[in-house]
Design a protein around this ligand. Structure first.
Ligand code: AGP
Length: 613
């Protein structure tokens, strides 16, 4: 998924535009480019490769001007080359009158390309985006109103877009448009910014206005005009990012992923802040928008999510079924949205998403709403599409998660789900003492995660056990099965080692055939009600010469004695153990990837926010 940044103000645009690309580079990165407007007109600089390659080009061929747009590309049409890099320009006869950056896919680009070529527009790239540039240029032949020209051109498009547009005919003006791909405006002092993700503009302003589908904006240093393509002028909805100013900086850490792993004690504090009510042994939420009576009527909960958020939802299933005795089903959002699952009016649907822009999760939300269900969101990004379209929900307050491999968002989601399970339980049958025990457990989590983080050197040494493997098995029972899945995903994502997560007992139904000295088996095995059974499973792997890495309760000599590597976590009640057990697995994936020389924050083929289906 591509990254977009726009700027208009009194400062030189290029450093702001390129700085924003650097913060978005995790989103999609096989080429980058910039277009600025200065007294001489339109300046365009583009390069295949990382943002660094564009910076090197700008060192020798600057892009002056206080207004412009920039882009990092995740190729959808045409390979990563200089010619296919954005911005793309439009106009006849080699005289560009417009430059465009685009995130999304234009389905009818071939027919439009043929129409435009027949009218004398020459194409220089293989991209669908260049079609948009020429469509706008064609409209500019009959008006110098760029805002109107863009809106007219958009009526010809079928597909999705997040757009940034500038024209030498309109100095100081940046046009933005959104349909299916996220776009946000940053409101500064005497300047306005545009971005596909607030991470790009957070150092410049905390005041943001997210565009919704069908909305277009016109930005100048002092003006901000918003319209809906069909309904006309709109008063912008301005949110305030609750991020610390340096939240998007590396802050001395080697990578965003390790920074965000280490931030998790604070992440859980922030996720729970103001939401625990010790005096009533329960939790409270400000944004569910459902009364206690409505919530007591609920007979079933459905979660829809993708990736790590789906794993967090699975932990939520165990927590809510255990504390609230409510049946929970966890669906892949991409399946839920097309499966036509039977839902009645006693079903509560939640979607979970860190970015709030995942296309499949947004699709699942819209499908649930279309069928009349109250649909809530557990989401991190304020003002994101999912946050805005849900009927209510719970913000994670985890701050920006930049690393592609999600870590602190998982912990924030699990913490919020523990609060939700407590809240729903106490609305039903969960006793005051049992509720208080959960409150105590949740309040202990930040300090306990801090204890686990101290074991990083041990995990770093354990990474050698896995770094050379081609396959790995991750195994966990009950509430630790989702933790095993999450540990396997972390390893896959950033070290490219094939890893599978399984319920531990399921190993005997096939996966044990994989066990040999070359295949590390990672057991999530803290003390708990199923501890003895897990011990037997570890012995079964040992009997087949399997290499065993176990995450277990410190002092648990029974597990330590039969493991090749033992990664201790503090003793804790089962309801919060996932928040502790996941940390060694996050660190393990990180250090294995380091040993393998992988690109931690920009893993191949992946993007942080999957805004296409
Ligand atoms: C997790 O490490 C991955 N980056 C990916 O699976 C991610 O969790 C998934 O794309 C969902 O993203 P969301 O939470 O922003 O919706």
């Amino acid at each position: 998924m591509c990254g977009i940044v726009g700027y208009t103000g009194s400062h030189e645009a290029a450093p702001i535009l390129v700085g924003g690309l650097r913060r978005l580079e995790y989103r999609g990165y096989d080429s980058a480019g910039i277009a600025t407007l200065d007294r001489a007109g339109l300046v365009v600089r583009r390069r295949a490769g990382r943002v660094r390659a564009l910076e090197e080009l700008l060192d020798t061929e600057p892009a002056p001007g206080a207004c412009g747009i920039s882009h990092t590309r995740w190729a959808t049409h045409g390979p990563a080359t200089d010619r296919n890099a954005h911005p793309h320009v439009g106009g006849r006869g080699g005289s560009p009158t417009v430059a465009v950056v685009h995130n999304g896919v234009i389905e009818n680009h071939s027919a439009l390309r043929r129409e435009l070529e027949a009218q004398g527009f020459a194409f220089a790239s293989q991209t669908d985006t260049e079609v948009i540039a020429h469509l706008i240029a064609r409209e500019l032949e009959s008006t110098d109103d760029l805002f109107a020209a863009v809106q007219r051109a958009l009526t010809r498009l079928e597909g999705t877009y997040g757009l940034g547009v500038v024209s030498p005919n309109r100095p100081g003006e940046v046009i933005g448009a959104r349909f299916g791909s996220p776009l946000v405006v940053g409101l500064g002092e005497g300047e306005h910014l545009l971005a596909s993700d607030p991470v790009a503009i957070a150092p410049h302003t905390a005041r943001v206005a997210f565009l919704q589908d069908g909305e277009v904006v016109r930005l100048t240093p002092h003006d901000f005009e918003m319209r809906h393509m069909e309904h006309g002028p709109i008063t912008p909805r301005v949110d305030r990012l609750d991020w610390k100013p340096d939240a998007v900086e590396l802050g001395g850490h080697a990578h965003y992923m390790i920074k965000e792993i280490r931030e998790q004690p604070e992440t859980v504090v922030d996720a729970c802040r103001g939401r625990l009510r010790r005096a009533e042994a329960t939790a409270v939420f400000g944004g569910l928008n459902l009364s206690h009576r409505q919530l007591r009527r609920v007979r079933r909960v459905v979660f829809a999510a993708c990736g790590t958020s789906w794993h967090a939802a699975l932990v939520g299933e165990y927590l809510i079924e255990r504390l609230a005795h409510l049946p929970v089903e966890v669906e892949y959002a991409s399946e839920f949205r097309y499966r036509n699952a039977p839902l009645d009016d006693r079903t509560l649907v939640f979607v979970l998403s860190q970015s709030g822009e995942t296309a499949d999760t947004l699709g699942a939300l819209r499908e649930a709403k279309r069928r009349g269900h109250p649909t809530l969101a557990i989401v991190n990004t304020v003002g994101s599409s999912i946050a805005r379209e849900a009927d209510g929900g719970i913000y994670l307050h985890a701050g920006p998660e930049v690393g592609v491999a999600s870590t602190k968002a998982f912990s924030a989601q699990v913490a919020v789900l523990a609060l939700l399970a407590l809240y729903l339980g106490r609305l039903r049958h969960l006793s005051f003492p049992d509720g208080l025990a959960v409150v105590d457990a949740i309040e202990s989590v930040p300090a306990l995660i801090g204890e686990v983080l101290k074991s990083e050197p041990l995990v770093e040494r354990a990474a050698s056990e896995i770094a050379g493997a081609r396959n790995a098995l991750y195994l966990g029972r009950d509430i630790h099965f989702p933790v095993a899945l999450e540990g396997a995903l972390k390893l896959k994502e950033i070290s490219y080692i094939h890893a599978e997560g399984y319920p531990t007992a399921e190993m005997k139904h096939g996966p044990i055939a994989l066990v040999d000295r070359e295949t590390p088996c990672v057991f999530v095995a803290p003390r708990g009600s199923l501890h003895a059974k897990t011990l037997s499973n570890i012995e079964e792997v040992r009997a087949r010469e399997g290499r065993i890495i176990a995450v277990g309760t410190e002092g648990d000599d029974a597990v330590a004695a039969i493991s090749d590597v033992f990664l201790p976590i503090p003793d804790a009640p089962e309801v919060i153990q996932p928040l502790l057990a996941v940390v060694p697995l996050q660190l393990l994936a990180y250090h294995v990837a380091l040993k393998r020389g992988c690109d931690i924050d920009k893993p191949r083929n992946l993007a942080k926010s999957v805004t296409v289906e």
